[in-house]
Write a protein that binds this ligand. Structure first.
Ligand code: ATP
Ligand code: MG
Length: 400
């Protein structure tokens, strides 16, 4: 049987100049995270690529996991054969057969590279020989060097590698290469998507969830845990903090205009998340806000919420339409969990007519009637924390 190796290419990581090693090490460690549970420990970094020997017949399962690693752009499965031209030709033939079984192709080209300069056949000649052989072997294929349906790569190093661009990775930057941020994670559709999008740019996530137990149920909390678990397939372990907002909501209900309830809660969430971020080495907050989606996400509401924060608030969904957000939620497999019908803390004491154009001065006046500092402290001190680890949920995360 022909020996196989997975080749991983990572576009942006390669571009990082002097910091390249830092990015590559982060990438390697995340590749280990997804493959170690499969018993795969060996991988090699060489010339901007990672090579992973495939010694089982489970490379499809490996590829599925590799598609959850940020920073992976292209995944190929190479046949590694001896440098004999006849052996190379037959490996290329086999590769072409496999590609043809997967998709309809009419045109191809062969691209060769010879790093072993002692090898007697030059790269142009190699492409010509292998290309000619393939052309002869398949009646329905033509060569197109500019826009081929498939490119067969032949690389001659210590051994010969024959492969195609089989699978696209998820892209982005390796996990943990770009600092840490605190995600405000509700049980809805948007916030998991927002966290995922920022994590894709290399940011390590921590998350905070606000509930109103016993008005919100344990099942509502379990749903948030499941969302975090699903996100951890991409983001790795996530520290999940939870805070009971009920004392604050009751104080508002007793003291402030009902219409301001949601915006006051938003400001409190932001204050607590910021304090938590600061104490946990996070340099930004992340929310799933999308402009105009609901009353608390008008541009005026966003201004009033932002006013209590000093850290940047990343809002990757701000200009996205709901349908596009849902597409991402489905792709990252959080959607079905998000639409489970459990109550959210924001639906407890939901105002009949929430303000849509709040003003900072007016909201501050309402807050003066409350002891904000004491309440913030009280809520903060009641916080709980649990680690969400992807390893503990193998079945849930890697189901297809
Ligand atoms: P989502 O689908 O994320 O729940 P949404 O459309 O329901 O969003 P809102 O409820 O207004 O919108 O929330 C906007 C953002 O505020 C959320 O995306 C999330 O980042 C944060 N947020 C809202 N509720 C909570 C909560 N209970 N705990 C933590 N963060 C929250
Ligand atoms: Mg919500």
């Amino acid at each position: 049987m022909v020996r196989k190796e997975i080749i991983i290419r990572s576009g942006e990581t390669v571009l990082k100049g002097k910091n390249r090693k830092f990015f590559e090490d982060k990438l390697l460690s995340d590749l280990h995270r997804v493959l170690k549970p499969m018993g795969i420990l060996k991988m090699f970094k060489k010339h901007n690529r990672v090579y992973i020997p495939v010694n089982h017949d489970n490379h499809q399962k490996m590829i599925e996991r590799l598609k959850h690693v940020f920073g992976v752009d292209l995944i190929s499965i190479a046949s590694v054969v001896e440098k004999d031209i006849e052996v190379i030709k037959s490996a290329a033939l086999q590769e072409m057969k496999e590609v043809k079984a997967l998709k309809k192709i009419k045109t191809f080209k062969v691209e060769s590279k010879r790093t072993d300069k002692n090898y007697p056949i030059g790269s142009l000649e190699l492409s010509r020989l292998v290309g000619g052989f393939l052309l002869h072997s398949f009646d329905d294929l033509e060569v197109d060097v500019h826009h081929p349906d498939v490119t067969i790569y032949v690389e001659v190093k210590e051994e010969a590698y024959i492969f195609t661009d089989r699978e696209k990775g998820i892209g982005g930057l390796p996990k943990g290469s770009n600092g840490q941020a605190m995600l405000l994670l509700s049980g809805g559709i948007d916030s998991p998507v927002a966290g995922w999008m920022v994590a894709k740019r290399g940011v390590l996530l921590k998350a905070v969830h606000f509930h109103s137990y016993p008005y919100t149920s344990e099942r509502a909390y379990d749903k948030v845990v499941e969302l975090a678990e699903r996100m951890s397939a991409y983001c790795g372990s996530i520290q999940l903090f939870s805070v009971n907002l009920l004392p604050f909501q009751q104080a508002i209900a007793d003291t402030c205009p009902e219409s301001e309830g949601t915006i006051l809660v938003r400001r409190m969430m932001t204050r607590i998340a910021e304090k938590l971020a600061d104490e946990n080495k996070c340099d930004a907050l992340i929310t799933g806000e999308s402009l105009g989606q609901v009353a608390s996400q008008t541009i005026q509401s966003i201004r009033v919420t932002t006013e209590v924060a000093t850290l940047p608030i990343l809002r990757p969904l701000i200009a996205m339409d709901k349908q596009d957000i849902i597409e991402v939620a489905k792709m990252i497999k959080t959607y079905k969990t998000s639409i489970l019908p459990y109550e959210d803390c924001c639906t407890v004491f939901l105002p009949q007519k929430p303000v849509t154009k709040p003003r900072v001065d007016k909201i501050k006046k309402s807050e003066e009637m409350l002891d904000i500092e004491k309440l913030t402290e009280e809520l903060y001190n009641s916080m709980e924390m649990q680690w969400i680890k992807s390893e503990s949920k193998e079945d849930l995360l890697w189901e297809t």
